[in-house]
Design a binder for this molecule. Structure first.
Ligand code: GLC
Ligand code: MG
Length: 560
C-alpha cells in the first residue's frame, strides 16, 4: 500500500501574526492564550493549519525576527506551558501548527552576540558572526558596500571592550539583527538542536525566514550594483543548500510525522527557487512571483505557468500565497493602479508597498477574485490573517505610531509594514473591536498599533452574519475546495479564450476556474458545467454571465 500524500502538499495554512491576533490579558498585545480563545475562528474558517510568526523571547525590534532565545516563549505572549496548551488544542481540532525559524540572524541581545562583543577580534566567539575590520584610514569605512534590506549600510561598527573604535559586524537587516556565520559549525549545531527541540515538542513544521540568505560568499566581496539580486554575493550562495539537506534528514527522521519546512526565498529566477525544492532539500517554499504580479490576466498566467513548470521539474508542488506580514494587503494592492511596474530593489517586497490612491471597490473585486483563483490551483496555499475579512491596509498610520524598523532606516521613504499588522477587529461595537478584553479594571486596553474607526465594518461578528462578506466567501470557498480542488485532484490544463486576453481559464479534471480580470462580462460556455461558486454575481438572461472582475468555479460532475 502506498502512503497517503503528505498533508502539507495541498494544505491551506493560515498565518497568525500573534501580536495582532487576539489579546487575552489586556496589555494591548496579542498572545498565545488569546489565540487559543479564538482558535475556533480558524476551525470554522476551514483551514488545515496555522503558522505563527516568531514568538520567542525577543527585544521586539523587528517584532520577533530578532530572537534572543530560540527555545522559549516571549513573556508578553505566554510561556512554554501556554504554548503546549495551544499546540494540544490545535491538534485536538485537527489543525497543524508551524513555527517560524529565524536562522540568518539573531537579536543583538542573544547571549552569543553579547559574548562576541565582549571577546577579542579573531576570537571563536566573534567567529560565530561576521566581524571584519573596516576599510580606509583607521578602519572607518564599512568592510564592503552591502546595503541593509531595511535601508542604510549592512555593517555597524562596535566599540571594543577597551573603549577603542573596533571591528564591524554584518547585518542584512536591522543593526540589532547580527547575521550568523554559517561557515562556523557551531551555528549549524545550534540550529539542529533548535529544530529537534520544537519537533520533539510536537510541532508540524517550520517556516524558514530568509532561507536564501544564510550562507554568504566566503570573501564578502563588494556587490556589483548592476547585477541581479540572485547573483549578488549576499544571497542565494550555492553552499546554503547543504544546510537544507541536513535539515531534511532531521525532519524525515521523525517517521510518520510528515514534518514540513517552508522556505521564505525571494530569488528573481524560479529556476533558482526550484533548486531549494529538490527531493532532499526543503519540502516547500513560497512562490512569490505570483504575489508580485499586477492583476492582469497575461501576467498572472505567465507566473502560474512558470511556477508549476519549474517546480514540477524537481518533483515538488507549488506553495501559493498573495499576502503576508511584509506586504500591503491584497485589497489595497489590487485597488491601486495596476500598470505601475514594480521596480527592482534591494528589498523585493518593497514594490508591494506602493503609495498612491486606492480604489477600494476595485481592490475588493480583485481580491475576492484572487482568492478563488488561488484556491483552485494545484498545491498548497498560505493566507495571512485579516485577509479573510477583506481588510484594507491602514495606509495613514501616523509616523509616531509606526514601529517597523524599515520606516526609520529608510528615512520614511518606505511606508513599512505596520499597516497590515494592525490588531484584528472581532466585534464591531466593543472597545478595541474585541481585540483585548473589555472588562479591564483600569479601562479598555490600548492596542499596540491604533485601529482606525472603519475597522468596525470589517469585524468578524458582522461578516459572519453577512452572506456577501469576504468571510462568507472564504468559508464557502475553503469548504468547496476540499471537495473539488484538493489533492489528488487533476493537474492544471489551460483553456484558451480567443479574443479575451483580459481573462484566463484553467481546467482541473472536471472542474474549471475562470478568472475575468477585465471590465467586460463573459458568457460561460455550457460545456464547463454548472457553477459551484463565484466571487461576484453570475447573471444574464441565461444565468451564465460572469461579471467583470470576478472568478467563477464550475464543474461538469453533478453536485448534490
Ligand atoms: C523576513 C520576515 C520579515 C523580517 C525579515 C528579517 O523577510 O518575513 O518580517 O523582517 O525576514 O528577519
Ligand atoms: Mg496580551
Amino acid at each position: 500500500m502506498t502512503a497517503p500524500p503528505a498533508w502539507w502538499k495541498d494544505a491551506v495554512v493560515y498565518q497568525v501574526y500573534v501580536r495582532s491576533f487576539a489579546d487575552s490579558d489586556g496589555d494591548g498585545i496579542g498572545d498565545l492564550a488569546g489565540l487559543s480563545d479564538r482558535l475556533g475562528h480558524l476551525k470554522t474558517l476551514g483551514v488545515d493549519g496555522l503558522w505563527l510568526n516568531p514568538c520567542y523571547p525577543s527585544p521586539q525590534v523587528d517584532h520577533g525576527y530578532d530572537v534572543a532565545d530560540y527555545t522559549d516563549i516571549e513573556p508578553a505572549y505566554g510561556t512554554l506551558a501556554s504554548f503546549d496548551a495551544l499546540l494540544a488544542q490545535a491538534h485536538d481540532l485537527g489543525l497543524k501548527l508551524l513555527l517560524d525559524l529565524v536562522p540568518n540572524h539573531c537579536s543583538s541581545k542573544h547571549p552569543w552576540f553579547q559574548a562576541a562583543l565582549a571577546a577579542e577580534p579573531g576570537s571563536p566567539a566573534r567567529d560565530r558572526f561576521l566581524f571584519r575590520d573596516g576599510r580606509g584610514p583607521g578602519g572607518d569605512e564599512p568592510p564592503n558596500n552591502w546595503p541593509s534590506v531595511f535601508g542604510g549600510p549592512a555593517w555597524t561598527r562596535v566599540t571594543e571592550p577597551d573603549g577603542s573604535p573596533g571591528q564591524w559586524y554584518l547585518h542584512l537587516f536591522d543593526a540589532q539583527q547580527p547575521d550568523f556565520n554559517w561557515r562556523n559549525p557551531d551555528v549549524g549545531d545550534l540550529f539542529e538542536s533548535i529544530l529537534r527541540f520544537w519537533f520533539d515538542r510536537g510541532i508540524d513544521g517550520f517556516r524558514i525566514d530568509v532561507a536564501h540568505g544564510l550562507v554568504k560568499h566566503p570573501a564578502l566581496p563588494d556587490m556589483g550594483l548592476d547585477k541581479a539580486l540572485s547573483h549578488s554575493p549576499m544571497w542565494n550562495h550555492p553552499d546554503v543548500h547543504d544546510v537544507y539537506r541536513r535539515w531534511r534528514l532531521i525532519a524525515n527522521s521523525y517517521a510518520g510525522r510528515d514534518l514540513t519546512l517552508v522556505g521564505e526565498i525571494w530569488v528573481p529566477e524560479v529556476e533558482d527557487l526550484a533548486l531549494y525544492l529538490r527531493p532532499d532539500e526543503l519540502p516547500q517554499a513560497f512562490y512569490f512571483d505570483l504575489l508580485t504580479q499586477p492583476w492582469r490576466a497575461t501576467a498572472l498566467r505567465t507566473a502560474i505557468e512558470s511556477g508549476i513548470k519549474h517546480i514540477a521539474e524537481v518533483g515538488a508542488v507549488v506553495t501559493w500565497t498573495l499576502s503576508n506580514h511584509d506586504v500591503h494587503r491584497t485589497v489595497t494592492r489590487y485597488g491601486q493602479d495596476q500598470s505601475i511596474v514594480v521596480g527592482s530593489s534591494q528589498d523585493p517586497a518593497a514594490g508591494t508597498r506602493a503609495r498612491g490612491p486606492v480604489d477600494l471597490a476595485q481592490g475588493k473585486s480583485y481580491a475576492r477574485s484572487a482568492i478563488l483563483m488561488l484556491l483552485a490551483l494545484p498545491g498548497s496555499v498560505y493566507l495571512y490573517q485579516g485577509e479573510e475579512l477583506g481588510l484594507p491596509e491602514v495606509m495613514d498610520l501616523p509616523l509616531t505610531a509606526r514601529q517597523d524598523p524599515i520606516v526609520f532606516r529608510s528615512g520614511g521613504r518606505d511606508l513599512g509594514r505596520d499597516g497590515c499588522r494592525v490588531p484584528l477587529p472581532w466585534e464591531h461595537d466593543a472597545p478595541s473591536f474585541g481585540f483585548s478584553p473589555a472588562d479591564e479594571p483600569d479601562g479598555p486596553a490600548t492596542p499596540w498599533l491604533p485601529q482606525p474607526q472603519w475597522f468596525a465594518d470589517y469585524s468578524v461578528d458582522l461578516e459572519l452574519t453577512d452572506a456577501s462578506s469576504f468571510l462568507s466567501l472564504y468559508r464557502r470557498a475553503l469548504q468547496l475546495r476540499r471537495e473539488h480542488f484538493a489533492a489528488p485532484a487533476a493537474p492544471l490544463e489551460w483553456i484558451e479564450l480567443p479574443g479575451r486576453d483580459d481573462a484566463l481559464a484553467f481546467r482541473r479534471g472536471e472542474r474549471v476556474c475562470f478568472v475575468n480580470c477585465g471590465a467586460e462580462p463573459f458568457d460561460l460556455p455550457s460545456e464547463w458545467g454548472t457553477v459551484i461558486l463565484a466571487s461576484a454575481q453570475v447573471s444574464g438572461h441565461t444565468g451564465r454571465t460572469a461579471s467583470p472582475a470576478s472568478t467563477v468555479w464550475l464543474t461538469t460532475t453533478p453536485t448534490t
